[in-house]
Design a protein around this ligand. Structure first.
Ligand code: NAP
Length: 445
């Protein structure tokens, strides 16, 4: 029942699972800002306990020792709101399920768990009539999921393009601004704390793919899991790729792209989700996202183009997103009604990368002799891929003499993955081609 007595606000018991980078900041804000949070929420948010592995581990924030416990399960059973900030699959999954069964509202930032188990967790939360919120799981501090779910609820989203991994944006930005090779930029990101000791999940695109699946699910009211996302990381991007892109007026970003497409066989619309290094024009708003910052660019039928920008990680920025979910959920608990975690009314088919058409950038090292451009152009035409621009730069030795080879940079019009792959294979077979130096997708032109 709605609690309308504002002089004696209801108290909601809050259990916090984890007091690491994010959890410690969430605990600090819950304790320091208790009065103003109560005024904004209409309920006191009482932090009743913090579950950790090691009670004596050093913490960034000094927190009352009596709040700590290693019995997370008991803590969950006594809570109205459970904030899961342990990370990893287990015991996070079991504890979230316990919280749902117990009727508690759940707030989590655990993108790894949601990527694997999101659909089943959302279903269980809906069936139990409890809220499961996860704003912090995508793009850290940036309010992006609630705007998609609530503010754009009356609109139709057609495309979402996100820089949702700060580590890879830092690396690509460093390569773009300093000319560094990938390995050197990664080493710098590690030295400055932007990359983890094992950076695989970031540089191979898995973290961005997990977030892409969440963004696509909410944007298109259709459930996507991690395996639905075509994923390519940034380890193959070279300093030469970046320089050539720059020369042609582009910047390379790792984008998570979810878009509604018409299927080629006329079977109606579907949605594709993909993560890959992408050339975007230097004047595109996403090109201005530097360092470890994140941004999500949305195209919607009525709203047009929108961009959300901010810090994608960090203890305090991410705590902001967690607290936003907690206050929002608590307000609903005060007023009555659980709200919905997500809607799946779209039921659009999940399309593979083969259904996607996009523009491509292709770099070729070719012999510098008459007829080369004509032979290459003919192969593109035979495979149904039309060329938008083709630039040739003759290679020279240090003494200025031409060395008989040339760099060709080609940007195509929209083409399918299959047509492009067939074209590249055919080009590789030409005796005038020394190597195909890069094949990258282009967006936002
Ligand atoms: P973290 O620094 O590694 O902290 C994890 C906390 O969980 C620690 O306090 C740890 O206890 C506790 N914990 C881990 N396993 C446990 C277990 N089995 N039983 C009890 N306690 C356990 O992690 P974080 O960086 O704060 O991230 C938390 C979550 O937020 C993750 O899902 C992450 O993906 C997500 N997230 C983080 C960021 C960010 O910028 N860090 C941004 C967006 C989302 P001890 O302290 O005793 O070891």
């Amino acid at each position: 029942m709605a609690d309308t007595d504002t002089t004696h606000p209801k108290t909601l018991k809050v259990a916090l699972l984890g007091a690491g980078n994010v959890g410690a900041q969430v605990a600090r804000i819950l304790l320091d800002d208790a009065d103003s949070l109560a005024a904004r929420t209409g309920a006191r948010l009482e932090l009743v306990g913090i579950a950790v592995r090691n009670i004596d581990a050093p913490r960034e924030v000094e927190l009352p020792r009596e709040l700590f416990t290693t019995d997370a399960s008991a803590l969950v059973r006594g809570a109205d709101v459970v904030i899961e900030l342990m990370g990893g699959l287990e015991p996070a999954r079991t504890l979230i399920l316990e919280a749902i069964e117990h009727g508690a509202t759940v707030v989590t930032g655990n993108k790894a768990l949601l990527a694997v188990d999101g659909p089943s967790l959302y279903e269980k939360a809906d069936a139990a009539g409890v809220q499961l919120s996860y704003e912090a799981a995508v793009a850290g501090a940036i309010p992006i999921l609630r705007p998609i779910r609530d503010s754009l609820a009356g609109d139709k989203i057609t495309r979402v393009m996100g820089i949702v991994n700060g580590t890879t944006n830092f690396i690509l930005d460093a390569m773009d601004t300093t000319g560094a090779e990938f390995a050197d930029a990664l080493a710098e990101a590690t030295r400055l704390g932007y990359a983890e000791a094992d950076p695989t999940a970031d540089i191979e695109g898995h973290d961005a793919a997990a977030k892409g699946a969440i963004l696509a699910s909410l944007s298109f009211h259709t459930r996507f899991a991690l395996e639905d996302v075509h994923c390519q990381g940034i380890t193959q991007v070279t300093a030469d790729d970046i320089a050539a892109a720059k020369d042609a007026g582009f910047v390379i970003k790792l984008l998570a792209i979810a878009e509604k497409l018409e299927t080629a066989d006329g079977g109606g619309p579907g949605v594709s989700v993909r993560v890959h290094p992408t050339l975007i024009p230097r004047e595109h708003p996403l090109a201005a996202v530097h360092g470890a910052f994140n941004a999500v660019f949305i195209e919607a039928e009525s709203a047009g183009e929108l961009m959300f920008y901010g810090r994608g990680a960090g203890g305090t920025p991410t705590a902001s997103a967690i607290l936003g979910d907690v206050v929002s959920a608590a307000r609903r608990m005060v007023l009555g009604g659980p709200g919905r975690t997500e809607t799946t009314t779209g039921v659009l088919p999940v399309l593979g990368i083969d259904a996607v058409t996009t523009q491509y950038y292709i770099g070729l090292d070719a012999a510098d002799q008459p007829g080369v451009l004509a032979k290459i152009s003919a192969l593109f035409a035979q495979n149904g891929v039309s060329i938008e621009t083709m630039r040739q730069t003759v290679h020279r030795e240090n003494d200025g003499h031409e060395n008989g080879s040339a760099e060709l940079r080609i940007v195509t019009h929209r083409a399918s993955e299959a047509a492009l792959a067939a074209t590249v294979e055919a080009i590789k077979g030409l005796d005038i081609i020394n190597s195909v130096t890069s094949v990258l997708r282009v967006e936002g032109v």
